[in-house]
Ligand binder design. Structure first.
Ligand code: PEP
Length: 254
């Protein structure tokens, strides 16, 4: 059985002070909601403060990115060794990283291996852009991203996958529940082929892309969708709280 996960990706939003205020209010509203794992991913500069604010709570902390090397002359980068004291999860290969920072499969597989080595739980993002979607290439693109980003990753362990169609991120044009389910079931098939039936049935696969309190029920009622990676709505306490509540009502998946 899979416990659903609702992860908030705050992206490059919130100052240190705003991050602490947001997490203080989330602690009031979502901490005690059961049957769903809750995660916030603030910018690097707020990780320590958010970790301290959430100490002893049921809300987990994640980073939005990391570099694959452990230390050294990589100006501006942050490693798994540095993150492991600050958070439990790390988002890898978000489409904005692929698009603006040229991240690709071989780079991402190194990051995932480094995250796993240091006991960080990776959330690997995959998803097609609008042109690829319109050309009917969704499964091909997702399959290539899955294979290259997980090359050399022999155990699925704590890996989570987030299917995020790029055309749905931050656009308000969310995928339908059925479309997300079809692609996520396809991804679970890829996981079965690579990691076997048992590991794949335990792996959480999330949907991401314009998730709101209005559409969350449609996603979480699908057989293979185990929660959501939430961008814009994760910055609003009321919306994120509703998304967590709706998810908790569905309970365990699988
Ligand atoms: C995201 O940042 O991963 C995301 C899905 O953003 P939004 O919910 O704003 O579309």
């Amino acid at each position: 059985m899979r416990t659903p996960l609702i992860a908030g990706n705050w992206k490059m939003n919130t100052t240190l002070n705003e991050a602490v205020q947001l997490v203080k209010s989330l602690k009031q509203t979502i901490n005690s909601i059961s049957a769903v794992e809750k995660l916030v991913c603030p910018p690097f500069i707020s990780l320590a403060a958010v970790r301290d604010e959430l100490a002893g709570s049921e809300i987990k902390v994640g980073a939005q990115n990391m570099y694959s090397e452990e230390k050294g002359a990589y100006t501006g980068e942050v490693s798994a060794v540095m993150l492991k004291d600050l958070c439990q999860f790390v988002i890898i290969g978000h489409s904005e990283r692929r698009q603006y920072f040229n991240e690709n499969g071989p780079m991402l597989s190194k990051k995932i291996l480094a995250a796993i080595k240091h006991n960080l739980k990776p959330i690997l993002c995959v998803g097609e852009n609008l042109q690829q979607y319109e050309a009917g290439q969704t499964n091909f693109v997702v399959s290539e991203q899955f294979k290259t980003s997980l090359a050399g990753v022999e155990q699925s362990g704590t890996l989570t996958i987030a299917y995020e169609p790029v055309w749905a991120i931050g656009t308000g044009k969310a995928a339908s529940g059925q479309q997300a389910q079809e692609t996520i079931a396809f991804i679970r098939g890829l996981a079965i082929a690579k990691y076997g039936e048992k590991a794949a049935s335990e792996m959480r696969i999330l949907y991401g892309g314009s998730v709101t309190p209005v559409n969350m029920a449609e996603y979480i009622s699908q057989a293979d969708i185990d929660g959501a990676l939430v961008g814009g709505a994760s910055l609003k306490t009321a919306d994120f709280t509703q998304i967590v509540k709706i998810t908790s009502q569905k309970g365990l998946k699988g």
